[in-house]
Structures are given as C-alpha cells and as structure tokens.
Design a protein around this ligand. Structure first.
Ligand SMILES: [Zn+2]
Length: 902
C-alpha cells in the first residue's frame, strides 16, 4: 500500500455577488489577491492557489489594481496561481446550452493573455449539473471534473456496490453522459472547505487531523486524500506552510503537501481501484432527502429568468445567425461586440446571480446588465438584418408600383410558419419639409389608401391593416447629422407562407382593394380554431384543447393554484396539510379581444382571492434562522384579490396556444402555478436541459422526504403516454412539477418569498415580487412524445421570433426569397450557428436528442471545406467539400466547422 498523501489545495470560492453586492465582495477580493501576491513573493513554501476556476476574478482584481498585471501573469505562468477554465461559475440548469459553451470558450480564451489554464471541469458550488457535462468537457479536451453537489456518496466501508441504493461509495466516480462519454469525477464529499483553517498549534492540529483524516478516508478510493484549504470568500491562510510542516511532524506515516488539482488528479488516476461506480447523466441530488437540492432557485425572482431567456435568445438565436448570414454575404462579423455582450450576460449567470438567491442590491444590478445586453442585441440585430436586406432584391411583383417590401427572416434553422405583427412607417415627413407644427396633424388625419399584402408572386395574403396615426421618430445616418421626422404608423398583421430553414421571404404592402376572405380564428362561444387546434374556454377560465390531427382532447386545463411559501429564495416550503386555493370553479370574465384571419385572442379575467401573506408567526421563524424544512406557519386571515388577466392567442398556422398572464401581485409568501391535467398515465416525463431532452421519473427515489418534487427546465416539459403528448413551453418559467398521480403538469408562474436563506437571516423584500408581473407559456398538444413529434420545434417557434425588416424597393444580388444555409436537421436539434471566436470559420452546432443515429445534411454553402470541430472551435476531423452528410450518434453533440465561407 502506497503511503497516504494529504493533498492540501488552497482556494477561495468566490461568489462575485451574494449576501453582499458585487462591489462589497470585490473589496474583499482585492484584499485576498493582495495578500496572495505578497505571500507568493515572500514565501516559496506557499506553493500555489486555485483561483476558483473562473477568470473573471482576475478582471475584477485588475480593474482596481491594473499595475499588478505582470505580477499576476508571472505567477500564473509559474502555475502558482491556477486559473480557468471558466469565465464565471455559472448555474448549470438556468443558463442555456450555448451559454455553458461560451462560458468555457470565452473563459479559455481569456486565460491566454496570462498563461496556462486548469484542465479541470470545476463546479464547486453548482446547484446540480446537467447530464451532458461530461461530453461537453471531453469535447473541450478536459477529462476530469470536481463538484460539490448532486451526488450522494454512501461511504460504506469503501466497498464498491452494485446496489442501486448506493450512488457512489467513493468521492471518486466515473461520470457518464448519455452518449457514453465520461470523465473522472471527484465529489467534494466533505465539502470544499474540509481543509480550511488548518491549525498550526500542536494540540488543535491533532484534534483537527484526527477528525479530518477519518472523514476523508471514509470516501477516498485511493491513498490520496483531498483537503480543500478555503471556503466561500475565505481570506488567505498565511501560516499554512507552518501548519503543513507541523502535520508532517505529527503524522510521519502520512505525507502532507501543499498540492494542486493537477498533482492530485494525476496521483489519483495512477492509483484508482479497478472498479469505480458509474454515475449516469444528471447530478440533481436524486438520492437525497430532497430538502437541500436548491431546485426552487428556478422560481426565485422569475423576472430575472425571463430577462435572461430574452437576452440569450437574442444573442444565440437571432443576432448570431443573422450576423452569420450577413458575413456569408460579405459583411463584417461583429465578433468583438458579441463577445462583449456575452460577457455582460454571463456576469448574470453565476449560481448566486441567475438563481435569484442573493440580496436585493445584487439583483438590481443584474437587471441593469440584462438591459445593457438587450440594448446591444437589439441594435446589432437591426444593423445586421438591414445590411442583409440591402442585398436582397425587393422589386415588387409586376403590376404593383407603390409597394413597401417587408422581408421576413427565419433564423430558427427549421422550416416554419409564423404570424407577423409589424408596425411600419407608411409615410415619413422630415422636419423642414413642412412647418413643424403641421406635420403631426397632416399625417394623423391623412386617410390610408386601400391596402393589401401580397407575396413575391403577387398573390394576396390575408392581412389586417390598422392605421395607428402619427408618431415622432428620427434617423441616425452614418455620414450626416440626425434626421428628425414624423411617420404615419401602420400595423400590418399577417400569417406567412412556409418559411424555409435559415430562409427568408419578401412580402409587399401594396395599394390594392383586398379580394381575399378574412375568416377569423375566433368563434362565438369563446372558441379559437385553426387547422390544427380547437380551444374552447369554459366559464371558470379553464379550456379544452382539441388536437385536430390526433383527435385527442385535453379537458379543463389552465386553472391556477396558489399555496403559501414559507421557505426562502433557495427552497419552497408550504405548511403541512395546507389546501391550495384554486381558480377551478371560480367564475371568470371571458371575452374575445382580437379576431382576424391570422390571429384570434380570448381574454380571461379572474378575481382570485388568496391570503395576503403568511401569518406573522413566520417572522419569528426567520428571526431565529429556523431551517425551511422545520418551519410551520399558517397563512394570514387577511385576504387580497389578484386580478389575473390571461390572454389565449391562437395563430393561423400555430401548433400551440400562446398564453400570457398579467397581474398585479399584492400577496406575499406564496407560490402561484398554472395546472395542466393531461390524463396520460405514465411514470416518467421529458424536459429540455443543456444539449438534451432529458427523461426524468415522475416520482422521487425512496430517500426523498420533501413533499415537493420540483424540477428545472430550459424551455419546456412534456408528458406523454406514448400515443398522445402535451408539451408546455415557456419564456423563462423554469420550474415545474408532475403532480396528481403522474398525470398533471404544474408550471410555476410566480414565487414570492422574503429572505435569502442559507447561513443567516438576510431579508429580501424584492423577492416578494410585488407589483405588475407577467408570465408567458405555450400549450402544444401532439402525437407521440416531444422528441418523436419534434415538439421542441414548436417550443422554439414560441421563443424565437422571426425578424421582419421594412425596406425600400431595390435591386440586389440575393433573390427575393431563398435560404442562407440549406441543411436538413433530420431530427437533430440546432443550438448555434455563428462565426468563430478567434477564427473566420463558421460553426454550426446540433445535438441528437434521441437514442438512434441521425444524419446531418448540408447542401449549401457548397464552396467550403467542412470539418468536425470540438466545442472550443478546434478542428478534429475533416469531413470534406461541397454537399455533405454526417452521421450523429445517439445523444451526440456535433459541431461542424466551415472553412472558406467568406
Ligand atoms: Zn457559490
């Protein structure tokens, strides 16, 4: 038996913002870094420091002390400060698949200005991790991961067991993705603070090591024991070399060394037992009692998740594709701006940030960051799409001389139909063209001619055209002073014909008397109906949804239920035995509010009376820092009324019903959910996660004692009995639960709590989310399950708008309609099309959500060299030239590089 080695790794887990706002935490980071640099300079026995796996800590320090750059770089080069690979320590479930990739790609690129980076998938505090992480890491050249949560070690005499009850007997395990790729995983079985503050006096050191050696040996499969010398925001232990020297004197049979992950991982790899437990897929604390999963961060401050969903979608699904198409047609790609925008967005992705589990000041700053990303994305989308529009021939079809071209661009990567609702400038009058005081009235009162929308062939498309009067506006030309004007505004609503994948089409607003019939989508009796669906609304606001393709009907769905929440930002807890309030049977006001050929909407208004807050006994529980599990508090006797305004919208070609809820939240300490009973009998369900549509059991494992069994989703969750299914897609509603004997999907639309939780009492009044709230989701009935029915495409239809550009009539090198990239996804799910971070090649990324091999086919561009890339945009295999096919194995992530596009 080899000599036992205690690897002591110094670190400080750095939540950038949490129980203090960013600048106050940074104040302590600067102190820590100052102390570290001084120690490294003066004490050769202080070997190295692991800088928490995130490069942003360097930016945060060097912004204050830019003169320290060279010194920092020197120690990074000497591997005494160990950095990367991430840019920030993100939450794994509340950020998109691509956001997780960018965190790695941008993080690794950031390290290049300093020196080497740590090839360890470091997730010290992450609140559970998605199942494709091993595959992602492997595709970035990383074969080990370390994490603090998600797996329960059992530590039973260090015996490897085949019993299902033992998740892993060791802190070392093989962690495997659904495609079969795996990494060596190390669980911080005794947390990442098990070597914190090591005593340097004999008596205390003996006491310390006696306990710590036993704790580590309990889980270690090798003679190499891991001691993490640090904790959250832990200051530097300056006498660590003395403490290590003392330990070596006290325990001559053990070697205590100031180590690094590189040394430790190398050592354990050389002495692992023959058999390690393989843990497959997601690490979500499935085998625990369920009280510490932190899963309800998915519903803390939902407004943050909504803003994040919008920002991610704009960057990944609109801006990057549209900029790629412009780049393919000779325009410059805005890579600097994109990187800057991504970094801003990712600053909101650390686990204490996007999870909404910090103090109010933290989340106020996040809102500003989200708004900045939105501003950049909107401006760049506008610029890139206008550049593309300028290259497209928009000459009107024969017979129409006065036409306003509207180009519709589909960045979603699959063919689709959509309803366009576009406000256009019908006529502009610039200041100076008319006396200023007269312009507004002139445009407002000018009658519109007879107008209609036609396609490229000159065929009329049913459209609704509304005069919105006159409004002030301005142009900002590239080479001239700003140009103020008024414009006559016209709103045009129409359903497009089929849009090709990565395609575009041009429609024209023309002077013409309409000759098409405009049969509305809404019908008497509060019904919405198109070719696919029929929605009938009941008096209590629930509705039946008939899938006209399968004939299956969902009955009385969409009621709301409200319960108390006496937990905190991390965890939901309702009082034992409490009955939920429901809108079922509560008379609602139901009326049709929009009805035209391309769209119909019904508004449902409920007066929903619920308790105004938790009983004041909750205050005492919070003051005494009683753990959420042990809390019991009633709801108050005082009631408040929520006026819930729900709008159901059905578009002409839509395969789902869009739902938008708006209300003024006047209640505290509660959770509001929308409920979809399906009647499907099933023991599992599907949900979208990072690079997978993951299957999860409807019922927890036997260890679970939390009465709630909530889950995370990216954009949808889905129930199916194999024959019929229901997928509910959302915009930023990321918490759901399967309830009522496995048949009902409940989606959280609001969770209101008043404190952070964790290690003390931190009041967070803004987490009550008082005031105006909105929530949006999309109800998609289908045949089969979400994968076989490609329900994810309908879900993305809901999340990804098309881009509609008003332009003028001009000649162009691109045809009036067409495809920028011609490919067939054949059941693969697209996550990205972009230009490289550092190369001029294009990268298209897909994953296979199924257990069958699929084939990616690209027909165009046909003048490039195709290759297979890894996740960090390095070429790993040549594919070939021209028309290409590439098989994609079950659950595989594939990135295709395209060289020579531009
Ligand atoms: Zn943390």
């Amino acid at each position: 038996m080899a000599k036992t080695t205690a690897h002591i790794i110094s670190h400080s887990h750095w939540d950038r913002e949490w129980y203090l706002p960013f600048e106050k935490h940074r104040f302590y980071l600067v102190k820590l870094m100052d102390a570290l640099l001084e120690k490294l300079e003066n004490d050769p026995d202080y070997k190295s420091f692991h800088l928490d796996g995130q490069t942003i800590a360097l930016d945060d320090y060097l912004e204050v002390r830019p003169e320290k750059f060279e010194l920092v770089k020197k120690y990074i080069e000497e591997k005494r400060i160990i950095i990367g690979p991430w840019y920030i320590l993100q939450d794994a479930f509340l950020t998109s698949a691509e956001a997780n990739v960018r965190n790695l790609v941008i993080g690794i690129n950031e390290t290049k200005k300093y020196g080497p980076y740590s090839k360890l998938g470091y997730f010290p505090d992450t609140f559970g991790i998605y199942g494709q992480a091993p595959q992602m890491l492997r595709q970035a050249g990383i074969d080990t991961a370390a994490f603090g949560r998600g797996v329960k070690p059992t530590g039973f005499n260090n015996m490897v067991s085949d019993s299902e009850n033992f998740e892993s007997p060791y802190s070392e395990l093989e962690w495997q993705s659904p495609d079969g790729s795996s990494v060596l995983g190390v669980l911080f079985a005794n947390w990442y603070s098990n070597g914190n503050e090591i005593p340097s006096s004999e008596e205390e050191a003996k006491k310390f090591w006696e306990q710590k050696l036993a704790d580590a040996e309990k889980y270690a499969s090798t003679p190499h024991l891991l001691y993490m010398n640090g904790c959250d925001h832990q200051p530097l232990q300056k006498d660590l070399p003395e403490a290590i020297k003392l330990a070596n004197e006290l325990y001559p049979d053990i070697e205590f060394k100031h180590s690094s992950f590189e040394e430790y991982m190398e050592a354990i790899k050389n002495s692992l037992p023959e058999k390690l437990q393989t843990v497959k897929g997601e690490l979500r604390n499935q085998r625990t009692d369920g009280w510490s999963t932190l899963v309800n961060t998915a519903s803390a401050r939902i407004y943050l998740k909504q803003m994040n969903q919008s920002a991610q979608t704009k960057l990944e699904r609109l801006l990057e594709p549209i900029a790629t198409f412009a780049y393919m047609n000779g325009e410059e790609y805005p890579e600097d701006y994109l990187r800057f925008a991504w970094k801003q967005l990712m600053q909101n992705h650390p686990h204490d940030s996007i999870c909404g589990c910090s103090i109010d000041e933290v989340h106020e700053e996040m809102v500003t960051r989200f708004k900045k990303v939105d501003q950049m994305a909107d401006k760049l989308i506008e610029e890139q799409s206008e550049k593309l529009a300028a290259k497209i021939n928009t000459e009107a079809p024969a017979g129409f001389d006065k036409a306003i071209p509207l180009i519709v661009m589909n960045t979603a990567g699959y063919k689709r139909h959509t309803t366009i609702e576009k406000v256009i400038d019908f006529e502009k009058v610039y200041f100076g063209e008319m006396p200023l005081q007269e312009i507004h009235g002139y445009l407002k009162n000018k009658a519109l001619p007879k107008l209609a929308v036609v396609n490229v062939k000159g065929e009329e498309i049913p459209a609704t055209i509304e005069d919105l009067g006159s409004a002030f506006g301005y142009d900002l030309p590239d080479d001239k002073f700003r140009q103020p004007h008024y414009a006559k505004k016209v709103k045009v609503t129409f359903a497009t014909e089929e849009l090709a994948a990565f395609g575009y089409d041009t429609y024209f607003l023309v002077e013409k008397e309409s000759t098409v019939s405009l049969q509305g989508i809404a019908k008497e009796g509060n019904i919405l109906e198109n070719d696919y669906l029929r929605v009938s609304v009941h008096g209590d606001g629930t509705y039946d949804v008939l899938d006209k393709v399968t004939g299956h009907e969902l009955k009385a769905v969409g009621s709301y239920e409200d319960t108390s929440d006496i937990g905190n930002e991390y965890m939901f807890k309702k009082a034992t035995g409490e009955q939920a309030y429901t809108t079922k049977g509560l008379q609602a006001n139901v009326k049709i509010i929009e009805n035209n050929a391309s769209r119909g909407s019904i508004e449902i208004t409920h007066q929903f009376e619920i308790p105004a807050a938790a009983h004041e006994e909750l205050e005492d529980l919070k003051d005494r820092v009683v753990w959420h599990k042990d809390r019991e508090a009633r709801r108050s006797d005082e009631m408040t009324t929520l006026e819930l305004k729900t709008i159901l919208t059905l578009d002409k070609q839509a395969k789902g019903v869009a739902v938008k809820l708006a209300f003024n939240n006047t209640a505290k300490d509660h959770r509001l959910r929308v409920v979809y009973p399906t009647g499907f009998t099933t023991d599992h369900h599907l949900a979208e996660s990072a690079f997978e549509i993951v299957e999860r059991p409807n019922k927890p494992e036997m260890e679970w004692s939390n009465p709630s069994f909530d889950h995370h989703q990216h954009s949808f969750a889905s129930l199916s009995d194999g024959k019929n299914g229901l997928t509910v897609a959302t915009k930023g509603l990321q918490e759901y639960e399967v309830v009522e004997d496995n048949t009902t999907l409940a989606i959280t639309v609001l969770r209101a709590v008043s404190e952070l939780g964790d290690w003390g009492y931190f009041p967070t009044p803004e987490a009550q989310c008082l005031g105006e709230q909105t929530a949006e989701w999309y109800v998609i009935p289908h045949a089969g399950d979400a994968i076989s029915a490609k329900a994810y495409e309908a879900a993305y239809d809901f999340q990804i708008p098309t881009i509609c550009v008003q332009t003028d009539s001009h000649d162009g090198e691109l045809a009036t309609n067409g495809q920028f990239i011609n490919w067939e996804s054949n059941g693969l799910v697209l996550t990205s099309i972009k230009r490289g971070e550092t190369s001029e090649d294009l990268f298209l990324r897909v994953y296979n959500p199924s257990d069958e091999e699929k084939t990616l086919t690209i027909h165009h561009p046909d003048h490039v060299n195709y290759y297979e890339s890894n996740l960090i945009e390095e070429k790993i295999a040549t594919i070939g030239e021209k028309y290409q096919e590439r098989p994609v194995g079950p659950y595989k992530i594939l990135t295709v590089g395209m060289e020579g596009v531009n």
